[in-house]
Design a protein around this ligand. Structure first.
Ligand code: NAD
Length: 466
């Protein structure tokens, strides 16, 4: 899909025109390429003062594992944790050095006054982050904290991170990870995702990492040996999901309606996966999926991506449009999950990932049916997450909520509304299907056992519903 304005501002004349008129200046975002280093530059890492070193120790171990070039401020006591993990950190001398990643362990911040340590760490380097840079703050889950001042200070981190996401521009993203005490070893997959080019269009997000069981993976092929099913895989976002999961080592069962058979077959054969033509609203959809899955020993993951829009204002919407959207986008997911769980089609440590939408968070003109269905998906994820926590099989469920993604669906939107959707976010551009797919691959990883019940927006920090 083409973004002519985005291409224009990359030219020297386009840059001048946009600057003089104060128009948005979208940056070409870094995106992941197979075989590349996880972090494409150096990392400045810091830590708020306090006794608890468990987050820093995990951060240090991960940095040593990914062989990142690490800098610290001279006053910082994270140096010890880094040294213990075998990382030789250089000193940030305050010169012109640029950083790809600013990473701050804020887990010890316990009152309003101590929030100043955030200011002190970020203020001096705010202009020294490279294009497509990453800001990551790690804190403690406020809901689990009983001390009022500590809970308050930890909750404050959200406002800081979301503002940084809006301020830094140039494709720089900002995220907050709340890690439960005792779950620090589960930070790996999330830190790797948020510091790399895989999270190109994810910004201003808050993720909760809890104690669920994560499985060790080969980080070059984290989905190796896994069987994963993607609904709506013949085109658009679903096709991108199937391709990324296959790139990461999974065998992908690509599912779509019979009318899409030719395109579906093409995608499946290009990624050495298999094709399954099923309408997910049909009565025997669960049984057909179960059959296909059992041939491969069960499912390690199901990605509920298939979805439709049938937009009309409520007064003009006929019952058929309402029923169809609710059934495909929501009812079928609830039915399939129930069937797959009841019939043990999903294996231990299975990952369920649902595709919601920021329309389900913000609501949208002409989309009462769609927004109802997509808000319902978030409700389904929250309720199922609690159930999975109790069943002790290590399964998780999470959702992604895409914003404006360049697909056939958004190409059909009238020009003015399309331009508004495309620009009204911190990246000043639409995302690509691959951005949603990378986020899903992170949730689908066996190493993401600490992620359960999260909804992460892939929307470039859209102003809608923010
Ligand atoms: P798309 O229309 O290009 O693809 C949807 C796929 O789902 C199609 O291949 C279609 O055949 C399949 N499908 C529809 N009904 C089905 C059924 N009953 N059984 C099996 N398959 C069925 O759409 P897309 O833009 O790739 O969107 C994919 C998902 O992302 C949807 O859930 C959509 O709501 C969501 N989403 C998209 C955007 C965006 O900007 N494109 C934004 C937010 C959310």
């Amino acid at each position: 899909m083409s973004d002519r304005y985005g291409d224009f501002v990359q030219s020297s004349i386009g840059k001048k025109v946009a600057k003089n008129l104060g128009l948005p200046m979208p940056t070409t975002l870094d995106r992941f390429e197979s075989g590349e280093r996880l972090v494409r530059g150096s990392v400045l890492v810091g830590r708020a003062t306090g006794d608890d070193k468990s987050v820093s120790e995990s951060v240090a171990r991960i940095l040593s594992d990914v062989h990142a070039e690490v800098y610290v401020n001279s006053s910082d006591d994270i140096k010890d944790a880094l040294a213990d993990a075998g990382v030789e950190a250089k000193a940030n001398t305050g010169g012109d050095d640029q950083f790809k990643v600013l990473l701050f362990d804020a887990s010890n911040i316990s009152n309003a006054e101590q929030l100043k340590e955030l200011y002190e760490f970020f203020h001096t380097v705010a202009r020294r982050v490279e294009k497509s840079g990453r800001v990551v703050v790690v804190g403690r889950t406020p809901e689990n904290i009983t001390d009022i001042e500590t809970a308050m200070a930890q909750r404050s981190l959200e406002g800081f991170v979301k503002s940084v996401g809006k301020e830094f521009k140039r494709g720089i993203t900002a995220q907050l990870i709340y890690v439960e005490e005792g779950a620090e070893q589960n930070l790996d997959s999330t830190l790797r995702f948020f510091t790399s080019a895989r999270s190109a269009y994810v910004s201003g997000q808050v993720v909760r990492v809890s104690k669920g069981s994560s499985v060790d993976v080969d980080w070059n092929q984290p989905l190796g040996g896994k069987t994963m099913l993607v609904t709506g895989a013949s085109r658009g976002i679903g096709e991108a999901i199937a391709r990324v999961l296959a790139r990461e080592g999974a065998h992908v069962i690509c599912l779509d309606v019979p009318q899409q058979q030719a395109d579906l077959q093409k995608v499946a054969s290009e990624i050495s996966g298999s094709a399954l033509t099923v309408d997910i609203t049909s009565e025997d959809a669960g049984a057909e999926i179960a059959d296909a899955a059992q041939k491969r020993g069960g499912l390690d993951s199901i990605i509920h991506n298939a979805g439709v829009t049938r937009d009309k204002t409520l007064a003009k919407m006929d019952e058929k449009k309402w029923n169809m959207v609710i059934d495909i986008n929501l009812g079928s997911i609830a039915r399939l999950n129930r069937y797959l769980l009841d019939n043990d089609v999903l294996k231990e440590n299975a990952r369920i990932v649902c595709v919601s939408s920021i329309s389900g968070i913000a609501g949208n003109m002409g989309q009462t049916n769609y927004a109802t269905s997509k808000a319902g998906v978030i409700g389904l994820v929250n309720a199922t997450a609690k159930q999975l926590e109790d069943n002790a099989k290590g399964m998780t469920i999470n959702a992604v909520a895409p914003g404006f993604i360049e697909t056939q669906m958004t190409e059909a939107i009238p020009f003015a509304i399309r331009e508004a959707g495309r620009r009204m976010n911190s990246m000043s551009q639409g995302g690509l299907p691959v951005d949603v797919a990378e986020t899903i691959a992170w949730f689908a990883s066996p190493a993401s056992g600490g992620l359960n019940g999260n909804t992460v927006r892939v929307c470039g920090q859209s102003l809608l519903g923010a």
